[in-house]
Write a protein that binds this ligand. Structure first.
Ligand SMILES: *Cc1c(COP(=O)(O)O)cnc(C)c1O
Length: 399
């Protein structure tokens, strides 16, 4: 049988993102498949952070809080809103994803006192499970996990919140949030989506999908930098019903009144807690500026093409060596990631790294290849598969 036509150069020749690629230049010789874990720094970020230190902090000193720092979380939230498909007034930028998840789950459980269950898929991101279990137990509730495919059917009258990662971190499976929102709402429950692995990888339409609550992180596809501030979304109709279980002064109606009683700020800003990390926020802001003009639909199509190409090549070149495709084959059900399984995945990932092909390992036997559309091309995928094939043909790695 003739092999399928798999020509990377041909696929890369028509590149709708070509004019944006130099904003995200990687070190020479590196093929980077970890942009889903830590996005690479866009041009302009270093200068922006240096400016905050040199001008705003050194020259402006404490006056810089009034001169823009206090407003920065709101400005970054407004830049982020179009990535999420919600209004600017429905996003807050603060803390880590795990902390934001705790705040929203606690608030949702408090607002649904008759319902004592949080429902999540088995295999959900572990940090999210730890947080959900703790938030549930503080409200006399339980975290119940079921296989992802059973999630919609498992929602019942005792369910307060259904929570899941939009993309499974291990397999890359992409879940249908609109269908899950409909299943949750049909039984009076809320849907809380963690979009850490989808924001910046595809257009999100959280409002159209009727997602109630969301959290996500700034340092993966968005490229906000290591430990970048995370975000949370509370849809407008819910905002006045929900109170943060971490009611810090920045989420107070009048932070500088130094009132001894907490009164929640209007809207989503009540979910702010402590002093915003200005250096990290400035880096995230500059990262989002680097996305200006980039069409998320084109980003998504490129990621789908990379994933389809990766899977076709893996079938053709790696299956005989025992490599199994662990991601959905259908592009519509897959995030910007391809996962492969092999008993020697851990050693393969290390050996690929020595050749400048950076991907990662997740136990027990998964190799993850993040397909960041702004710095991965089909030629990188072809090189990664060729390197895997060569390494698997050697005794030391294969056995
Ligand atoms: C990356 C990721 C996180 C990160 O959480 P932090 O608290 O910001 O470190 C959380 N949830 C999911 C699903 C993730 O993929």
């Amino acid at each position: 049988m003739p092999s399928p036509v798999l020509d990377a150069d041909q696929l890369d020749a028509v590149d709708p993102l070509a004019s944006f690629r130099d904003r995200f230049a990687l070190p020479a010789g590196v093929r980077y498949f970890d942009g889903n874990s830590l996005g690479a720094p866009a041009r302009g970020i270093a200068e922006r952070v240096a400016g905050v230190i040199g001008r705003e902090w050194r020259e402006g000193l404490i006056g810089s809080w009034e001169a823009g720092w206090l407003e920065l979380p709101r400005r970054v939230a407004a830049r982020l809103a179009p990535f999420l498909g919600v209004g600017a007034g429905e996003v807050a930028v603060a803390d880590a994803t795990s902390v934001n998840l705790f705040k929203l789950l606690g608030a949702a459980l408090a607002a649904r006192p008759g319902r004592r269950r949080v429902l999540a898929p088995r295999g959900n991101f572990p940090s999210d499970l730890y947080v959900a279990r703790s938030a549930a137990s503080l409200h006399g509730a339980d975290l119940v996990t079921v296989p992802a495919g059973d999630l919609a059917a498992a929602v019942d009258e005792t369910t307060a919140v259904v929570t899941l990662s939009h993309v499974d971190y291990r397999s890359g499976e992409l879940f249908d949030l609109a269908a899950l929102a409909s299943a949750a709402h049909g039984r009076g429950a809320l849907l809380l989506a963690d979009v850490s692995h989808s924001v910046g990888a595809m257009p999100l339409r959280l409002a159209d999908w009727s997602v109630d609550l969301a959290v996500g992180c700034g340092y993966k596809f968005l490229g906000g930098g290591p430990g970048a501030p995370a975000f949370l979304v509370v849809r407008e109709p819910l905002q006045e019903q929900l109170i943060s279980p971490l009611p810090g002064w920045l989420g107070h109606l009048e932070p500088f009144a130094f009132d001894e009683e907490y009164r929640p700020a209007a809207g989503v800003d009540r979910f702010l807690c402590g002093t915003p990390p200005i250096l990290s926020l400035a880096a995230l802001d500059a990262a989002l500026v680097a996305w200006e003009g980039i069409d998320l639909g084109a980003v998504r199509r490129w990621a789908e093409s990379l994933g389809d190409f990766f899977i076709a090549l893996a079938d053709e070149r790696l299956a005989a060596a025992g490599v199994v495709v662990a991601s959905p084959r259908e592009a519509a059900r897959r995030g910007a990631q391809v996962s492969l399984r092999h008993p020697r995945s851990s050693r393969l990932v290390a050996a690929l790294g020595e050749r400048g092909i950076v991907c990662d390992f997740r136990p027990p036997d998964v190799m993850r290849f993040g397909l960041h559309p702004l710095y991965v091309r089909h030629a990188d995928v072809a090189a990664a598969v060729a390197a895997c094939e060569e390494l698997l043909s050697r005794e030391g790695v294969a056995r």
